[in-house]
Write a protein that binds this ligand. Sequence first.
Ligand code: WQD
Length: 343
Amino acid sequence: MEQEMNRPRIIVTGGAGFIGSHTAVALSEAGYRPVIIDDLRNSHESVISSMEDILQSPLEWHRVDCGDKAGMSAVFSEPVAGAIHFAADKAVGESVANPEKYFDNNIGGTARFVSLLREHNVPHLVFSSSCTVYGEAQQLPVTESAPLLPAASPYGFTKQACEFLLQSTHAAAEGKLGMAILRYFNPVGAHPSAKIGELPLGPPSNLVPFLTQAVSGLRGPLTVFGDDYPTPDGTCIRDYLHVCDLAEAHVAALKWLEKNPSSIDTFNLGTGKGTSVKEVVASFQRSTGLQVPHQMGARRPGDVAAIYADPSKATQQLGWTSKRTLDTCLADAWRWQKQMGAE
Ligand code: WQD
């Protein structure tokens, strides 16, 4: 226990969420002490105990909104070596239907949280951004120097606004708060233990959880949102990245900040490979031998035709690269789905 208490404490907002929970596990395995901050508006308390099960050790967690100054005071009563900010709403389609919720939580919540970090002299911040900041990128694979085109959804706009907020705050803080802005492509899959994974409350908006629920019979057939896009098979192309690869990238970003304390930089986190919706379906069917009940449907508002990463900057500067294949992503996602059904 003594050794645990000496580990650097890293705040993980949204730490009971999909990427947050996998990152907290990776942080602990890398010798940090993750401090989970989550108000459970979009997750379950059971995720905390599942993480403790994987780590075989207790986790410090606080059921609080990360922007709640009074509620967060207990968190800052001990030294904080860094923070990773995941807490946000992230469904592209939902943001089109309810933009004000996304502006308040994603932009307002980030501003309130960053103010607390500055007030308590926290030196490092890793921020969860998204490839949606690129809009309909004209050049693929997309690099970090690509222009940020008008966002295709309110969700994408909130990530663009948060990036501008962080650039402004970094300058105002005169380098006292180093930042790594991570632009995720499409995180999918689950921890190989099948103890944590993507836990959508209600009908999933994302492809892979909907697909595994359709295969398990929990839902009707998967609807492929549009097969008339200007792509080889007519369906949208994305860069699907294993959530454990993504979690490991956050540890690499933290270590980069420890070596470059007053810096701010942006990194694409993807595999560098574009995969269409039809190819995801085919990959799942091939790797599991199971049929995916699916049908063609209309396009979804807010979707771009194709986007996938050039991840070479993260490889060169963070020493990170994705290691897991799409088949592994889908096999892990399916194992997680089956385990949930068994509960
Ligand atoms: C992928 C493709 C859909 C559901 C996600 C996150 C966002 C950001 C980027 C992190 C699209 C198609 C989907 C379905 C379908 N990640 N689809 N039928 O929209 O690329 O964005 O990754 O910040 O937060 O939401 O992912 O999984 O929703 O869609 O055909 O039932 O699958 O049209 O082409 P998206 P997604």
